[in-house]
Design a binder for this molecule. Structure first.
Ligand code: S3P
Length: 165
C-alpha cells in the first residue's frame, strides 16, 4: 500500500485540515503521524518533547512515518519537522508529496502568534522564521507539487491538490 498523497509543510500550513478536506473529495481516509505517535506512546507530542527531548520524538516520528507509508492508502499528513529525518527523506522520494507553502505572517496568524504584542511574541516569531527559512529548501526538494496556501481556504487548497494529483 502507498498513500495517495503525502502532505508536508510547516506548522500553520494547514496540513491536518486540508488532509481531511482532500480525503472527503477523494472518498478516502486521513492518517496523521502526530496522532500515530501520540496513540502509540500514550503521550502528547508536547510532553514527549519536554520529557524525552526532540531527538527521541524524531525517532518515534520517523518510525511512525515508515509504518504509515506501508499501511495507509489515503491521505497522509506529516508533522512539520518529519522531513528532517534522512530515512524519511529517502522514503518520501518514492511518494507523491505536496508541499503546503505558507508565509511567516500567515503561519504566525494561524498558530495564534499575531502581529501585536511584539515584546511577548517577537522571539517566538523569530524562531518560527528561522524554522521556515531552514526547512523551505527541504520541503521544496521533496515536493512533487507545491501549493501556496496564504490566501486560500482549506477547501480551496484541497480542490487545487485534487486537480494536481
Ligand atoms: C513540529 C510540528 C508539529 C509536531 C511537533 C514538531 C515541527 O506538527 O510534529 O510539534 O517540528 O514542525 P504540525 O506541523 O502538525 O504542527
Amino acid at each position: 500500500m502507498t498513500p495517495v498523497v503525502v502532505l508536508v509543510g510547516a506548522p500553520g500550513a494547514g496540513k491536518t485540515t486540508v488532509a481531511h478536506r482532500l480525503a472527503d473529495r477523494l472518498g478516502t481516509s486521513v492518517r496523521d503521524t502526530d496522532v500515530d505517535v501520540e496513540r502509540s506512546t500514550g503521550s502528547s507530542v508536547q510532553d514527549l518533547f519536554v520529557e524525552h527531548g526532540e531527538a527521541h520524538f524524531r525517532d518515534l516520528e520517523a518510525a511512525a512515518v515508515a509504518t504509515a507509508l506501508r499501511e495507509h492508502d489515503g491521505v497522509l499528513a506529516l508533522g512539520g519537522g518529519a522531513v528532517l529525518h534522512p530515512g524519511t527523506q529517502r522514503l518520501l522520494r518514492e511518494q507523491q508529496v505536496v508541499f503546503l507553502d505558507v508565509s511567516l505572517s500567515a503561519a504566525a496568524q494561524r498558530v495564534g502568534l499575531g502581529t501585536n504584542r511584539p515584546l511577548l511574541l517577537g522571539n517566538v516569531r523569530a524562531t518560527m522564521k528561522a524554522l521556515l527559512d531552514a526547512r523551505r529548501p527541504v520541503y521544496e526538494d521533496l515536493a512533487t507539487h507545491t501549493v501556496v496556501t496564504d490566501d486560500l481556504t482549506a477547501d480551496d487548497v484541497a480542490a487545487r491538490i485534487h486537480q494536481l494529483i
